[in-house]
Design a protein around this ligand. Structure first.
Ligand code: PLP
Length: 323
């Protein structure tokens, strides 16, 4: 049977980590790899991270590995140590070099599943599951459209902000493979003419995008070059975003004021600018928000501040979240 792949996936590089190869070995991502009994496939029981490599440098590598470990702890899935993941990614990047050169930007997705049901891959719990890194060139189109203003829709996530502590089995705040709901939210927003979505609680507290964090800017008339950046509080059961964390680290160094809301939709409408931020998308300015009643709220966008946030990301400072 003829196979059809997009250009970017044809040139994908994949590296698997197993007990015999803790530093990873290359495999062909276009050939079947997973057992049908792998719990990652049958139950979505696994975790992942998506990172950006620019000009050979993995951005926020430490923060992504720390969050992978955090997701592993929350889900109780054993994962190989950080050195294994680092070596696997290095191997993948070397393979691009060997094939004729690294693309300007590469998406790296680290995946770990609980493994094959009833058949751990190793007695060592750190290698009992299934682990791989997939490296794919970032499509030209993604790069070209990166900073175009977007329109988003508020969508009810159905959980209150205090549920994360009360219901740890919901795995809120872990980056699990069970992203079907997040993808459905994106499809719903697109079917309604928008580019993306922002989840809110039933009481209308702002949470995050399906694959991004929310960031808003309030101007500071007393010091126009040092505005205030605000993001929803992490305790609301959202993913601690590494992009938001890296932007905050750089902004703090420049003396900007930082804040963690509980934020309402009205706070977003009243902000000077709002973005959705993520590791590969970077900072996407929002020009319109449709609320749950169907009313449309226009926001102003400003290339200067969008560029500034992206310059902050270029600094690639260690990510810190308030503890
Ligand atoms: N929130 C969710 C639900 C996400 O899936 C993501 C990224 O995929 C983010 C936030 C942003 O995280 P990061 O900035 O680390 O890419």
């Amino acid at each position: 049977m003829a196979e059809h792949f997009q250009d970017s996936s044809v040139s994908a590089v994949a590296v698997r980590i197993d007990p015999e190869h803790p530093e990873g070995f290359l495999f062909d991502p276009h050939q079947p790899q997973l057992r049908v009994t792998d719990l990652g496939a049958v139950r979505g029981d696994g975790i992942f991270e998506t990172m950006l490599v620019r000009e050979g440098h993995v951005r926020k590598f430490d923060a992504h590995l720390a969050r992978l470990q955090r997701s592993a702890d929350i889900t109780d899935i054993g994962i190989p140590p950080a050195e294994s993941w680092r070596a696997a990614v290095r191997r993948g990047l070397d393979e691009f070099e060997a094939r004729g050169g690294l693309p300007a930007e590469v998406t790296v997705r680290l995946s770990a599943t609980r493994g094959v049901d009833g058949e751990p891959a190793s007695d060592d719990p750190l290698f009992a599951g299934t682990y791989w890194a997939l490296l794919t060139p970032v499509p030209e189109e993604t790069i070209a459209k990166r900073f175009s203003p977007i329109s988003v829709m508020l969508l009810d996530r159905g959980y209150d902000a205090d549920l994360a502590d009360r219901a740890p089995w919901l795995l809120l705040g872990a980056k699990t493979l069970s992203y079907a709901v997040n993808m459905a939210a994106l499809r719903h927003a697109k079917a309604n003419g928008h580019n993306d979505a922002i989840f809110v609680t039933p009481r209308e507290q702002v949470l995050e995008g399906p694959v991004s964090s929310v960031l808003m800017l309030k101007k500071n008339p007393a010091d126009p070059e040092r505005p205030r950046l605000i993001t929803p509080i992490l305790e609301a059961g959202i993913l601690p975003g590494t992009t938001q964390g890296a932007i905050f680290a750089a902004a703090k160094r420049q003396g900007w004021e930082l804040g963690y809301g509980p934020l309402t939709p009205q706070d977003l409408y009243d902000a000077d600018h709002v973005w959705l931020v993520g590791s590969v998308a970077l900072a996407k300015p929002i020009e319109l928000i449709e609320d749950q009643g169907g009313a449309q709220h226009r926001l102003s966008t400003d290339e200067h501040w969008t560029q500034k946030l992206n310059e902050f990301l270029d600094e690639d400072l260690p990510v810190q979240h308030p503890s």
